[in-house]
Design a protein around this ligand. Sequence first.
Ligand code: PMP
Length: 448
Amino acid sequence: MTDAPSHLFYQARAPRPFLSHGEGIYLYDESGKRYIDGSSGAMVSNIGHSNPRVLAKMKVQMDRATFGYRLHFRTHPSEDLAAKLAGLMPGDLDRVFFVSGGSEAVETAEKLARQYAVTQGQGSRWKVISRTPAYHGGTLGALALTGGKLFAGPFAEMFQEMPHVRAPQTYLDRDNLTEEERGLKYADELRERIEAEGPASVLAFIMEPVGGASTGALVAPDSYYTRIREICDDYGVLLIYDEVMSGAGRTGTFLACEHWGVTPDIVAMSKGLGAGYAPLGAVAARSHMVEALLDAGGFLHGFTYAGNPLACAAGLAVLEEMEEQDILGNCTRMGAVLMDRLQGLMARYPFIGHVRGKGLLTAFEMVSDRETMAPLPKEWNAHSELVELAYDAGLILYSRRTRGGVEGDHFLVCPPLIVTEAQIDEILQILTGALDTFAARHGLDVSG
Ligand code: PMP
């Protein structure tokens, strides 16, 4: 069965074992091998696998109805989840639109911004400035934001790439500025870009408050977040936070923006919202924006599966579980433990150049020289080699090779938010073994 030819195709030919089942932070393949889910899949499975309370609540909805088209019926799960989300959102981000994934959420956010601007007589505004590197999704509209060779590849000709500013990768800078000064320096690049594009043409600025697949858990200096909000306000540019990865509690607050007391105009979410129990995403926007759209005849946008009652029942059950088990509190506590353990690795492995993150969205980056942050040789494929070593030993990690103009290997260590300290030790034990093997293979120094 396992060796039968597959009609499915994804990115690569590399065969993976069949998944048997999951339990808590562990996954099992059909041979019985156990894996620690050290990346929550792709930062999705925030409350762990096969949670019986969530499954039971989904079953109740399953027995009632798994689909009701939104133009024909309202459903309780979608209304209740929207109300619950509105209560969790900061400020007046209390109107919610459901989608089925992150790319859909990002494109919905862009279209909402655009249609709102048109209702305000600002039809000249259409450019959405994004950061580079960034990741906002795989659909063509999202790729126009993500940009860059790594993600856009042969598709670059198929869309008009949006303008960019640099993501604040201050850990690569070797200047005499303080972190806070660096934060302002990067934020001010947005002002310059808006001026260069022509302020009347700029609709919005989109950013991941804590980076994910693109920058590997990049956190900006505090000054960056407030200055960006000020600049957007100065120019009437809408601020969109892509919290597809950082939202739903991954950084220890429900949305990452809460860490800096900044309220964006629109938020895109997915991943941890359905937490792997259902494909689910959401866009939240300020009430007055949505009212303007509704007054103008409604939002010219929609997806067939939007607000699917089973997906929303799953999302609601996930949020209830998060509250009942104080999962945000655990995330903050265990995030600090994980950060401490990862930083501890730097003493033993000189080729770990930087450790960063917030809550349980954490990453480390491997380099050939910590001082200059020069990357490891590209042909080593370190990002994939270390992941394979860990996988063989039963630890799932998520990695990428990318870093603006300079390429680098970063590894996201993002276990489910229910992880315990003992499980973090288990992750670190396997990771250390994989790093030792990697170092031995490549003749890299290991101290201690
Ligand atoms: N935005 C961010 C920040 C993401 O991390 C991702 C997925 N990695 C997306 C958007 C796209 O989400 P999806 O793959 O569900 O379309």
